[in-house]
Unconditional design. Sequence first.
Length: 327
Amino acid sequence: MSGFTTQRHRVAVLVRAGVLPMELGIVHELFGGARSATGEPLYEVLTCTREPGVVTTNTEFTINVAHDITILGAADTIVVPAADADHQLSPTVEPWLVEALRRVSPETRIASICTGAFVLAAAGLLDGRRATTHWNCVDCFQRMYPDIDVDPDVLYVDQGRILTAAGEASGIDLCLHMIRCDHGSAVAGEVARRTVVPPHREGGQAQYIRRPVPEPRQSSTKNARDWALRHLHRPLTLRELAARESMSPRNFTRRFRQEMGISPGQWLSNQRLDRARQLLEETDTPVDRIAREAGFGTGTSLRQHFRTVLGVSPRAYRQTFRGTTVG
């Protein structure tokens, strides 16, 4: 049962048990809202699964899917959302999903949202390609599929025919990107305005990730680290840190690496960045003052670090997490 028209770009959303409703809704809302200059729909979006009928979601409600996977053969674009099964310790992909994607025409565009990338990977569609998935699943993904070049810092990856988005909200970025590629920035911009989302977001996943370093059970450098955290606003030298533990700089560096897994300099840079992020999120303090309080010295230095590590400016970071343009 096709249900497709012959005029519009055809988008098939391939779902399975435990699908995330938000991701399914994103595809329908964005592609379904794209219009031509005369107001005509530019896409037809249909949902399919192995057998038509009721499909569970990862919430308390179900969805009723009218189409089976035969419609994939008539699709111009296929989108695979995430599902609960992807979040197991070693996610397994049902054979029917792999077979369905392997039968698709090589001309069909295929995209995944969030951990839907596990399905594309299982079908061999990402072999030798660059891809992304949710930052929390990157290690598992890379372990299971070592031949895939996983980029954990971006919102989405476009490899031509194959595209992957990082997380649920990144599905918005990816869908808008595909609409922009198909019909131009004006159409994508109008869809974004109607949906009240930015047409394009700065940066990548890095700005959303917190990577706390676990505290070692026994630590000979804790006093130095605690002291450094109280004095981040001032220049700190390796010699000063080592003196806090009555060690030589060389011995202190060796112990520090053993206990924390990184060098004292790397750790200090991370702590300064975390302090700056906290101040941007929780206060209206101007960027130049935050730079001084976090130990970066100048606003220029802070901006450079933000661009290098997080891919955004301090101002953009603050707008994202505090909703203000102060500083």
